[in-house]
Design a protein around this ligand. Structure first.
Ligand SMILES: Nc1ncnc2c1ncn2[C@@H]1O[C@H](COP(=O)(O)OP(=O)(O)OP(=O)(O)O)[C@@H](O)[C@H]1O
Length: 255
């Protein structure tokens, strides 16, 4: 399969006390359509910076990003970002209205004319996907952190973007909820056609979710390896192959 997204020689520096500090160096990556990529690396290696560059929120000083061989420069609804922060929903709107907002944006973007009932029913379907339909009239402050992340995930899906950029979205929940959210995301990704770039520093999360695991190192952030993950889905965290891959990745990151 040919590349859908291509990162070519991306470099990024930030201002520092003395001059600048190089955060990303020579980032080259090819991503297939509907592939699930995780970017795995230590804190500060530039994972979030790279995601923000792909989203179009930050500019790289060198290199380019191609989508279907055309350069992309700005943020666009074809790419949507999901963050770790629990407070990314509109607090003054109900769960359903948070999703309706994204349904409206997506339909306007596609020049689709939907009436109120169609918009609501579409939004409700996304809430069903994350198993929260019965919470439609709750406000974000009435939900747990894990539930907020499920609503945020539904809103991301409702934007109908082809590319989902996920910045440690499950990094702030307890380990049991984190596993449930990983299962849910795996199910959703298998049903929907989405290209996912998922940042994490949790090796097991990467092994559970990804088709391809991109390993990065620190100072400056560089890709050190790309590891294909062909384990069959849903993945069994206790299987020998799962744990072998975990150990292989851990070794690569530590050496
Ligand atoms: N706006 C900024 N100005 C200056 N330096 C920055 C800025 N944003 C990030 N950095 C620095 O760039 C480096 C990479 O940060 P980034 O958040 O991309 O790393 P990360 O791999 O996502 O880290 P973590 O896993 O801890 O979230 C860090 O050293 C950070 O301090």
């Amino acid at each position: 399969m040919t590349s859908y997204l291509e990162l070519k020689n991306i470099e990024k520096s930030y201002p520092a006390e003395q001059g600048t500090i190089k955060v990303l160096k020579n980032i080259e990556l090819q991503i297939k359509k509907n592939e699930f990529i995780t970017i795995l690396g230590p804190s500060g290696c530039g994972k979030s910076t790279l995601l923000k560059i792909i989203a179009g929120f930050l500019k790289a000083e060198k290199g380019k990003i191609l989508k279907k061989e055309k350069e992309i420069k700005k943020a666009n609804l074809d790419r949507v970002m999901l963050f770790q922060d629990f407070e990314q929903l509109f607090p003054w709107q109900t769960v359903l209205n948070n999703i309706i907002f994204a349904v409206k944006a997506a339909s306007q973007n596609k020049k689709e004319k939907l009436n109120k009932k169609e918009i609501e029913s579409r939004a409700l379907n996304y809430l069903k996907e994350v198993k929260l339909a019965s919470y439609r009239d709750y406000y974000p402050h009435q939900l747990s952190g894990g539930m907020k992340q499920r609503v945020a995930l539904a809103r991301t899906l409702a934007s109908e973007s082809e590319i989902m950029l996920m910045d440690e979205p499950f990094g702030s929940v307890d380990s049991q909820t984190r596993r449930e959210l990983q299962h849910l995301l795996n199910e959703i990704w298998q049903e929907e056609e989405k290209t996912v770039i998922f940042v994490t520093h949790d090796i097991r999360e990467a092994v559970f979710l990804a088709d391809k695991i991109v390993l990065m190192k620190n100072e400056p952030g560089e890709i050190i390896a790309e590891v294909e993950n062909n384990l069959s889905r849903p993945r069994n965290r206790n299987s020998l192959k799962f744990n072998q891959l975990f150990e292989q990745l851990q070794y690569k990151l530590e050496n």
